[in-house]
Design a protein around this ligand. Sequence first.
Ligand SMILES: *[C@@H]1O[C@H](CO)[C@@H](O)[C@H](O)[C@H]1NC(C)=O
Ligand SMILES: *[C@@H]1O[C@H](CO)[C@@H](O)[C@H](O)[C@H]1NC(C)=O
Ligand SMILES: *[C@@H]1O[C@H](CO)[C@@H](O)[C@H](O)[C@H]1NC(C)=O
Ligand SMILES: *[C@@H]1O[C@H](CO)[C@@H](O)[C@H](O)[C@H]1NC(C)=O
Ligand SMILES: *[C@@H]1O[C@H](CO)[C@@H](O)[C@H](O)[C@H]1NC(C)=O
Length: 605
Amino acid sequence: MYNFLRFSLVLLLAQALTAWAAPSSARHKRTYDLHITWDTYAPDGFEREMLLVNGQSPGPVIEATQDEWVVVRVHNYSPFNTSVHYHGIEMRGTPWADGVPGVTQRPIAPGCMYTYEFETTQAGSYWYHAHFHGQIEDGLYGAMVLHPRKSDPKPFHLITNSSRAVRAMERAERHVQPLLVSDVTHLTSGDKQDITVAAGIEITCYDSVVFNGKGSVQCLPEEEVAAHLSPVQQMYLSLIPGLTMTDKACLPAEALNLIAGGGGNVSAIPEGVYSGCTPTEGSVEVIHAPEPVGCPSEQWVAIDIIGAINFMTAAVSIDEHDMWVYAMDGGYIEPQRVQALVLTNGDRYSVLVNARRAGDFKIRVNAVSALQMLTGHALLSVAGTPEDTSESEPFINIVGMPLSEDVVFFNQAVAHPYPADPIPETADELFVLNMKLDGASYLWAMNSSRLMPEDLDHRVPTLFKPEPNVRNNVTLTTRYGTWVDLVFFASTSPMPPHPIHKHGNKMYQIGAGTGPFPWSSVQEAMQEIPEQFNLVNPPRRDAFATLPAETDVGWIVVRYHVTNPGPWLLHCHINNHMMGGMMVIIQDAPEAWPTVPEKYRNYGM
Ligand SMILES: *[C@@H]1O[C@H](CO)[C@@H](O)[C@H](O)[C@H]1NC(C)=O
Ligand SMILES: *[C@@H]1O[C@H](CO)[C@@H](O)[C@H](O)[C@H]1NC(C)=O
Ligand SMILES: *[C@@H]1O[C@H](CO)[C@@H](O)[C@H](O)[C@H]1NC(C)=O
Ligand SMILES: *[C@@H]1O[C@H](CO)[C@@H](O)[C@H](O)[C@H]1NC(C)=O
Ligand SMILES: *[C@@H]1O[C@H](CO)[C@@H](O)[C@H](O)[C@H]1NC(C)=O
């Protein structure tokens, strides 16, 4: 007995000492086990096979505080290869945890496990998702909440002069509620890809919008669809006499095929994909706010709106409530008071809502895409007895357009980082990336050539075998410490906007314009068109949507600093476009890549 006690005491002491001696990073490790299975599930009331995470979709929220280490063990019990990417996380010093097969790791085979271990060098709203082929569409995704350091400056005093209200906002931020918005298709990603290839046509018709995995199929009445057609939709429909939107409110595959050159085979698309809308009785996600008591100016709810979107671009709005957008892609901004914002693939907006009235208010998400009208909603439910029990009043219509002149949309161009984040006036290098449709409506190139997911599956990951001298259509190479300008050039029209996401770091959008980009540097361009650039306080995020090229070609320029060595994917975050080859690999500072631990280098051999 005595010996056992003494032994335990020694052990405790030893543990205490190691904990004390270990670097702070080793003391705070948050560990998550994600068990991936292939099961039936019905997020929108329709049962299909999905990739579930711990039995659910979306998976559990990964929560940590800035400067902590997070360990995510992904156990693959599904019949497919897989991998998990942590969207927007820098992976500073741990590029092997970025989750891209063929670039930073070998895929996780069925029955196997991979350990992602990384430091949270940033705070704010992030998310994780599968990065293997189209698996994100099978439901493998979830939210990440990274709480900020207490001492870091917050922008809430720009919203109010009341210190009590500021404290209430800080409290709300500590309890921020993630709201993952996703468009759902009833096809598995494998079937969707097989149909796409067989038909040679991109599948652009979805079934529902879900919020934290809850929603239902809503079939819009034919008259309502007809009444809300945009000029672009009317133009596309007029390509074929008598053509109308389908009962899923989609532009028919015939029209899409024609726009992309007419090489596809519409009859290879089964019934049900573009038409055959059947409404469901799914469930509704509810964001709960406490009952307003005391001072109305201090009743705040914080929501991380996350665009876990596969295809659509959508307007988001909360009936009868302003949203104070205080962070974008996890970074604080000078807050904007808006009634609506446009959400695209991978975007995150952190918003504060003043919940001072009891009742249920619709959080609406209505697609603004030309190819489909798709709508859904969640609820903001403020506890207490409502004064008014009638249906809440919208700010936007079913196609995401404002219902009055007073409705203000979020404006990315003036989303200045807070605190200010200066960038240099010149960059060291400029790369022009020639985005184009590549032979069929489902094939896309990021820079003239495609890089297909299947090209990445079987190869030695770039991280293990850097090619510092390679610069070609699908591989760029940069040097440590330089500032790099990337021009995303929409080289053909019509072309939809592409949300271009860079792994490894955030970028600044410093310019945009229509027409070609004939200049060899931004400095040169600025001599001719200075008004189209902002080098003073440009928006900062980990993905920027390119301009829609409806009638003319166009470009945006983003600038970033090479301080995070590693091979990073740069790709369109529209799942169809990534599947269609719209990716390049950027080898950032290969001369400074960290040594890959043996366990990762040998993984899956
Ligand atoms: C705070 O007070 C100053 C001075 O009265 C005023 O100019 C400013 O607009 C106020 N700011 C807010 C956010 O209310
Ligand atoms: C188009 O698809 C249908 C259905 O799969 C098939 O029967 C037909 O042969 C295809 N046509 C062409 C030209 O490939
Ligand atoms: C993009 O592709 C073009 C060929 O179209 C090539 O000349 C250029 O080097 C590529 N860009 C980069 C940044 O490598
Ligand atoms: C790169 O793109 C250019 C322009 O489209 C093309 O001519 C060239 O063949 C491509 N290079 C490779 C290696 O595919
Ligand atoms: C997983 O990937 C490996 C290596 O790339 C491949 O040999 C294997 O067939 C794949 N397994 C499945 C189930 O697709």
